[in-house]
Design a protein around this ligand. Structure first.
Ligand SMILES: [Fe+2]
Ligand SMILES: [Fe+2]
Length: 297
């Protein structure tokens, strides 16, 4: 990316007034994510949830959904939180807030599809992190959730060009980031990086945002980048992507993320790739059901 282009993106990022609510959500979330679940104050979450009518309603809807097999209806926010558990409430809180992030007319990708992919990638990244024994699974969750943040800038600030990129990806059957490079001259990884700097997101999350499509370039936190990149791909392969070129010919053994993980973790090196893929497919299917129950109920 040329310095002029970088300056143009930075200028547009700074002009975005409708986004600043997000860091306000992300910061306390980061704070919570770094704490063990048993140290989280449930009453604080009940209070937080109760402040927002739409989030309370969403928690009740999900708690009463078929996914939880309750015989009696859950009627209070407290009851819903007991049924759902702290982790899931956190996911609902975040996804509800994110869902209202952009004005409706700005979306080129369907917002539900976008957030389902983001939330799904967060869940899959956390699962993948646990499976490989990565020491900070919650970090992987957050990184997965935020990895495509740059798409927001592309949709909001470069709407027409981004629309052309999405069309190009569909017609040429090429990955979206490649189409962005042709139509815009930069990708959501570039814009995401600038947004991450602007929001002062932690360095490891920023590196995932910047390099999840180019794992070999990750120098500081290659394992985290590899975990999210692999999870992103698995989401695409199992119908939790954007519905644009979902990698039909992808092979795990040829993926650079797999090379990073097998190099770093003996447990992964000893894993049968076919077995790993089966476990992941099963989990992505569950994650797909879960995100749809959160976002579409
Ligand atoms: Fe991406
Ligand atoms: Fe993605």
């Amino acid at each position: 990316m040329t310095p002029t282009l970088r300056e143009l993106i930075r200028e547009r990022v700074e002009k975005l007034n409708s986004i600043p609510t997000v860091p306000a959500i992300i910061r306390p979330l980061l704070f919570y994510l770094e704490r063990p679940v048993d140290q989280v104050d449930v009453q604080r979450i009940v209070d937080l949830v109760s402040c927002d009518e739409s989030i309370s309603a969403q928690c009740l809807r999900v708690a009463n959904s078929a996914l939880y097999f309750r015989s009696r209806e859950v009627k209070s926010v407290h009851g819903a939180i007991v049924v759902l558990g702290v982790r899931q409430v956190r996911e609902i809180l975040l996804s509800c807030s994110l869902l209202n992030l952009l004005p409706k007319e700005s979306w080129v990708i369907d917002p539900l599809v976008f957030w389902e992919h983001s939330l799904g990638c967060g869940l899959v990244s956390r699962f993948c992190a646990r499976k490989t024994r990565f020491k900070e699974p919650e970090r992987a969750y957050l990184a997965g959730l935020l990895h495509d943040l740059g798409e927001l800038i592309n949709m909001m600030s470069f709407q027409e060009e981004f629309r052309a990129a999405a069309q190009l990806a569909r017609s040429e059957r090429i990955p979206l980031h490649q189409a962005e490079r042709s139509a815009l001259g930069f990708t959501h990884c570039d814009t995401g990086k600038i947004l991450a700097e602007h929001w002062r997101l932690p360095e490891d999350i920023a590196e995932v945002v910047e390099h999840h499509h180019d794992v070999q370039q990750a120098k500081l936190h290659p394992v985290l980048v590899a975990l999210v990149s692999l999870s992103d791909r698995l989401c695409q392969v199992h119908e939790l992507g954007y519905g644009i070129n979902e990698s039909p010919d992808w092979k795990l053994e040829e993926d650079p993320s797999w090379a990073v993980l097998t190099r770093e973790y003996p447990i992964v090196a000893k894993t049968d790739p076919a077995r790993f893929l089966l476990d992941m497919e099963e989990f992505v299917t569950e994650a797909r059901k879960l995100v749809r129950s959160i976002l579409r109920t």
